[in-house]
Design a protein around this ligand. Structure first.
Ligand code: SF4
Length: 97
């Protein structure tokens, strides 16, 4: 199981600061395919839930609670780490918003 960031994400970045396993990564700002959201690595997430209450737009859900209209975001979060940029060396303040 994992948590999932949906298209409700506004790139606040608060989630990155609380994740104990550093598995939330911003899609590089300006990247047309991946730059809209921050993403959660489903292979590393430990389902602690710490990111959920700190997200201002309430964009993060446990996988089983993702609203139907955002269901495609489950696969997109995983794909970011297998087909997209994945982990990279970023400056969080530059990537916010
Ligand atoms: Fe990180 Fe916990 Fe959120 Fe998973 S549920 S992304 S481990 S803060």
């Amino acid at each position: 199981m994992t948590h999932v960031i949906t298209l409700l994400c506004t790139r606040e970045g608060d989630c990155v600061e609380v994740c104990p396993v550093d598995c939330i990564i911003p899609g590089p700002k300006g990247d047309p395919d991946w730059g809209v959201l921050f993403w959660i690595d489903p292979d590393t997430c430990i389902d602690c839930g710490a990111c959920v209450p700190v997200c201002p737009p309430e964009a993060i859900f446990p996988e089983e609670d993702v609203p139907a209209e955002y269901e495609a975001d489950i696969a997109r979060n995983a794909a970011y780490f297998t087909e997209g940029p994945g982990y990279w060396d970023y400056d969080l303040d530059e990537q916010r918003h």
